[in-house]
Ligand binder design. Sequence first.
Ligand code: AMP
Length: 587
Amino acid sequence: MSTFSDLGLKEPINKALRDLGYEKPTVIQEKAIPQIISSSDDLKAFAQTGTGKTAAFSLPIIELADETSTATQAIILSPTRELAVQIGRNIEEFSKYLPNLKVVTVYGGSNIDQQIRQLKRGAQIVVGTPGRTVDLIKRRALKLNTVKWLVLDEADEMLNMGFKDELDKVLEATPDTKQTLLFSATFPREVESIARNYMSNPVEVTSGQKNQGSDNVSHESYFVTERNRYQALKRIADVNPNIYAIVFCRTRRETQEVADKLIQDGYNADSLHGDLSQGQRDSVMEKFRKKNIQMLVATDVAARGLDVNSLTHVINHKLPDQIENYNHRSGRTGRAGNKGVSIALVNRKEKGKLRPIERILKKKFVDKEIPTGEEICKKQLFHLIDKVENTEINTTKIDAFLPSIYEKLEEFSREELIKKFVSLEFNSFLSYYENAPDLNNMPSRDRDDRRSGGRMSNENMSRFFINLGRKDKLNPAKLMGLINEQGIDKNVEIGAIDILDTFSFFEIDKNFESQTLDAFASNNSDFNGRRVNVEITKERKGGRRSGGSGGGRRRGDSPNRGFGRSRNNDKFQGKKNNNRKFDRRSK
Ligand code: AMP
């Protein structure tokens, strides 16, 4: 079979699919659509996100729904608000030439009275998150006794998120005669038990091997230490100038910290996690969809509802606690026929998690080296040249200025001009990565990591007192900025930072002790109107270690330094909120 009409769908639906640019059914659609249309048997479908599963369950329901009745005929449950909205939107698009077919989407965090009013008007299809659906059933605003189809989308995720009781309640509210369609990317024990308890002899369809990753995704692992995990992330971003990625973190705090650091370093990044308000989340997702954000740092749950097909990378800043979730994460890339790369940053302890993941994926991770400064510079240079090659010339606007430009540049040869403009764009890059260490060969890295949580060990550090504290609005980032401004050696390691109320402490590689003291003394710097005074301390004083990032740092990694700053000025790498699309012309 090769077209949607071959699958038994009526012309108004086919027309809507043509409008959407759907030419051929995907594997799961080819298998599930005729099955659901022709049989009332329950269905268990193994489908990753991105395989076209929404259309696989929605289209046969739209095909079979009775438009002449406004009773609820289908209830579709999805784990997150975003996914529910996406499904509702898809169903509206698929049914746009069926004017009497109505869909209502219900979810928490939004006005329930309005949803009740919409339900009262009648809708054949209701899409909902489990909690709100149960709430509406209890209020008798949603009646499921006429339901013919129950869809459990991303069943594994709903159970992961603790919706077992809600699923049970919804299942109880639906008649035994309904057809249950269960879609899941993985089938852990809990999902199997739902299938066993609530479905009778389900037909199984799959869009590939059960639980197996997409063929379009390659998997790479980078060996990191806590000290260089963030630097490795930056280098991966730098060596992929067109990166469009989700960076997955395990906790909200880790998500916020990584995003903050990337933003400070001038990357086009933002965070998405449960501590943000719904409005903030919507706005971040919108920016990411529009590609105004290149790297979205997110928790697993927050990223569920994102329907983005063109991600180049998924980066596991930390691997998920449950290894099955790796599959979910990596399935965000390699969608809709595109190729994608899923990257795992792993330290020595985490390396052990790779094997079980490989067993699930039935694929091997390719061990990769963290890119060196030289590789990154080369990649960025040719990216720049490609951009120049593909830039369209705006003759009408430029022509008027050309005579005086030619006159000014007349003394330079072609070669000199090329060198000059490359240097103009590229010098900051070169200087940032000049002498950058090879992160793959850091000495005794794990021993240091374990002892100091990623910092250099104390005996290699000198501890300094500085006469500024929280009252002066000093924070770790600002203190690092201040240290950087002193012109101490570029690769100097900065250790623990303790910010107290009226003064603070910081550690610096012992080898740079006198250089640091001299630099502060001779620069006579001011900070928020106060003269800065730095002295060496011999013993470690009390005080909470401050600063979110915790790890040791090199000067070049601090805010407003080197590449970080250059990217802020870079014409295609706008800051967080500049709403400028990043340049993908040279793809
Ligand atoms: P889903 O797995 O339902 O999240 O779908 C992933 C993406 O593929 C969505 O953006 C769909 O719009 C798109 N899609 C689904 N089916 C097709 C198809 N047959 N042809 C082209 N795109 C599709």
